[in-house]
Ligand binder design. Sequence first.
Ligand SMILES: Nc1ncnc2c1ncn2[C@@H]1O[C@H](COP(=O)(O)OP(=O)(O)OP(=O)(O)O)[C@@H](O)[C@H]1O
Ligand SMILES: [Mg+2]
Length: 246
Amino acid sequence: MHTIVLATQKGGSGKSTLVVGLALAAKQAGFTVRLIETDLQGTLSNWRRRRTADDLVVEPIYHAIDIEPRLKMLADSGLQLAIIDTAAGLSAATTAAIRHCDLCLIPARPSVADIEATASTLSVARAWKRPYSFVLNQTPIRGQRIDNAANTLAEEAAHDLTEVLARPLIVMRNDHQDSLAAGLAVSEFAPNSKSADEVRGLWQWIETRLELAATTNVRSDQVVTATDGMLHAAELSSDKTTILAS
Ligand SMILES: Nc1ncnc2c1ncn2[C@@H]1O[C@H](COP(=O)(O)OP(=O)(O)OP(=O)(O)O)[C@@H](O)[C@H]1O
Ligand SMILES: [Mg+2]
């Protein structure tokens, strides 16, 4: 089973929207998918209530301690893909989700505030030596703003852009908001639209990234730095309390 987590400290960057979009894109590509909601805000559960098809389960897991055993049970049951939506901020549940994922996707709008807010999530992913990628979301169709944002993310991660930035970028389009409101994913709401193409393209990029992550060892640059080590220690102690902080 592959486990993907969408996480970033910044609210409204598109975590839940991308979770829904990617879940349906993966399902349409033939994967069995389970959505896991660690965010008490309940965006996914609300979306699921608006949905008429009963093809996807949204499973709320609010306590950090429950995440690993539940993922193991799902993997043992033969599920192919779990996608975890997290709350803004950095809670014990979010760090547990990152710790047990195969890929941490960090969405960011092309703004300084969003990009700065990726730092803590990046540190946790590195501390637990989990593969990560940024997803630039709600971008304009083109422009210098995108290039600047992409380059800043690559600098922050001290990595080559092609490795750390998922493709394609997800443009700001009304389809994303309208599909969520209708209990649909964008690939169902507007299957022939550019927005659906982008999300399907993003899923394909992720599939390739997951295969790579499964076959390569942790990279040598993903060493635990002093700061990361402190986060690591904080996670160990928060595991004991297992209380959702947000
Ligand atoms: N590519 C996009 N184009 C247009 N609107 C978008 C796009 N991505 C997300 N949105 C909209 O932006 C808003 C915030 O998105 P979303 O709720 O997915 O963010 P979030 O990171 O999950 O927020 P929170 O941190 O509150 O959980 C929603 O209204 C959503 O429909
Ligand atoms: Mg959300």
